[in-house]
Design a protein around this ligand. Sequence first.
Ligand SMILES: NC(=O)C1=CN([C@@H]2O[C@H](COP(=O)(O)OP(=O)(O)OC[C@H]3O[C@@H](n4cnc5c(N)ncnc54)[C@H](O)[C@@H]3O)[C@@H](O)[C@H]2O)C=CC1
Ligand SMILES: CCCCC/C=C\C=C\C(=O)C/C=C\C/C=C\CCCC(=O)O
Length: 459
Amino acid sequence: MPEMNGKVAIITGGADGVGEALADDFLNRQAKGVYIIDINEKQGQETLNSLKDKHGAGRIQFRKCDVRYTDLLEGAFKDCLGQYGQLDIVCNNAGILNEYTRKLMIDINLTAVIEGTYLAVKYMGTQNGGKGGVVVNTASRVGLSPYKLAAVYAASKHGIVGFTRSVAFEPDVLSNEVRVVAICPTIIDTNMVSITLEKGTKYIKEFKQDIAVKPMLKTAIRNTDVGQGSSIRCYVCQGVGHRAAQCPSRVTDVNHDNGEQCLQCGAIGHVAKFCHRGRHRGQERKSVKPSTTTGAAAVPKMIEKDHLLLASGEQLKVVNGACMEQSGVVEDRTLPVSQGKVGDTVVTMLRDTECNGIIVKKSLEIDTPYLRGMVEALCVQDPIYDLIVGNVPGARPPDDPDPVWNMSEAVTTRAQEEIWLSDVTSTVVRLIEDGSANGTTRLIRVGKDPVDVCPPNIE
Ligand SMILES: NC(=O)C1=CN([C@@H]2O[C@H](COP(=O)(O)OP(=O)(O)OC[C@H]3O[C@@H](n4cnc5c(N)ncnc54)[C@H](O)[C@@H]3O)[C@@H](O)[C@H]2O)C=CC1
Ligand SMILES: CCCCC/C=C\C=C\C(=O)C/C=C\C/C=C\CCCC(=O)O
């Protein structure tokens, strides 16, 4: 994939599991160099050799280092820069799950991630001779909500999430042109799972009961030999005897070329979340028609798996399938979900690239990090979020919310309003309660266009 072309990445905890898979993926995407840091020398050498066999010797390095020692970690950063002359991406990924060694776990999972982030700013920052770059901190699903079977681990991951969300907007970090993001995966069948269930927690029985009632998680670890030690197992295909880096099934996975049709640009060979064509040109996307022209036919009736079933019978994929549990409950905080305001009401909003309109419960004016001003909107009784901002003119891309937007200070100056509204003046729309017996909300189009009332049963 071209976007990694010529980039150099450091990956901590890269000898195994998620880090190893990241290394392999970056190399497949034509990264210029991947520099693996890991405390496990034997595993590191093994991974180094297998990645060299696969990708060639010059593009992969391994350095034994315990991330808890910041001076040693800094030595590795310097060595990487010496080897490749540049650094563009830092993945602070090393982590453990052991509820019996609490301080150690916080040191590795949280403190080392914090130090690794500041080292990344120091060595990639534009004010320090670098070209800027990206920091990717590996948190977890349990960094976003409580997890009673691994409380200290969950605390360390909550710490990563809180730190990442804060440091990303630290003035020094912004001015150095370093982006800082976190990833929050749910359970992945790496050695971490088998090791944890062997000696990292006393709640093995509870964990097994937990996953037994969660089909998605059960699938994710379906072949883990709990308590059988750490035999080499591929977490991609679940097969024994090879690692993810050597997994034959990864070839298509890495290229995202599985014959599926992209909902954004219509092309075959990639899915919407990997679509680059539509990325900053939301208006070209064609998965959902603009709201006011669709009327009742486009009103979502119910969620079925990862689709909205429309009254017309049409099915629309509304958000990434990964966020839909089989129960139909949407719960994935890794989506671009933010707080926003509709009038004076604080709402949870989703910046949804699979949608071309705006969906609100009731709205006159919105104020969010992705879009502000009067909007044309589809009114739905129970949307999956109070406010969904699709690919309407003026909407910022999901990975580029307004960095200075602050909910508590969300006030609009007249000058700002004019700028924000410049794109939408032809169809300024008001949502009103029509006061009819059934309480139906109607869309009333005002502004430059003649007044036009949408079908009454739009809910
Ligand atoms: N496996 C899972 O279900 C999930 C894992 N994660 C996170 O993903 C990250 C990677 O985990 P996995 O690949 O699953 O585990 P893993 O155990 O397969 O890999 C972790 C790597 O980190 C290295 N490491 C541990 N302590 C270190 C230290 N002090 N210094 C340097 N390297 C060290 C290990 O040697 C190992 O190679 C961790 O931060 C973990 O918390 C997040 C969500 C789910
Ligand atoms: C208590 C034993 C946990 C063993 C799992 C091993 C590693 C997990 C690493 C994580 O980061 C955890 C990710 C997800 C949590 C696992 C199950 C969560 C069930 C969460 C839920 O209730 O949906």
